[in-house]
Design a protein around this ligand. Sequence first.
Ligand SMILES: [Cu+2]
Length: 186
Amino acid sequence: MLKWTYRCLSVLALVGFLPMSLWAHLAHESIKVKDAWVRAVPPNSSNSAAYLVLENHAMKADRLISVKSPIANVVELHNVVKKGEAMAMEPVAHIEVDAHGSTTLKPGGFHIMLIDLKRVPKAGEEVELMLTFQNAGEQKIMAPVKKGGMSGHKHMAHDHPKKENGPMQMKKDGHKMKDHGDHQMN
Ligand SMILES: [Cu+2]
């Protein structure tokens, strides 16, 4: 009798324990975030951007649906699209990651836009990003702050310092682009 009770208890314990650890495992491992970085910007900048690679190890597609960061009042998911001659960025509702696939957020494409900065990210420090996925839930990462990172790429105006703020449009023209902080385009 006692033996049976023990056996029942241990079976119950296993049943209770396994799915939970499995769940925790899946929740953490289904999306892997790699190569995250935040763009260093000049001290008067109001915006910056973050880039990373999302790897989906799950059997079904997932979506990055929102991001938060303690350094920005507003965080949006953006893509860069061609509008006539110019490149412009526009908010997207989510960023898809295929089942067993990966999606790269990089300058010139999808990016995480850090808007209305509370604190300007400086090269060498790390910035916290809280990512929320439709299936995989939340994942907090620390992204190093780096300069530039667009060699061989046409940089485009992204966000001007407040004074000369225009529409969210990027120019192909004249700015000396390298290490130009928040003019660099995503
Ligand atoms: Cu943007």
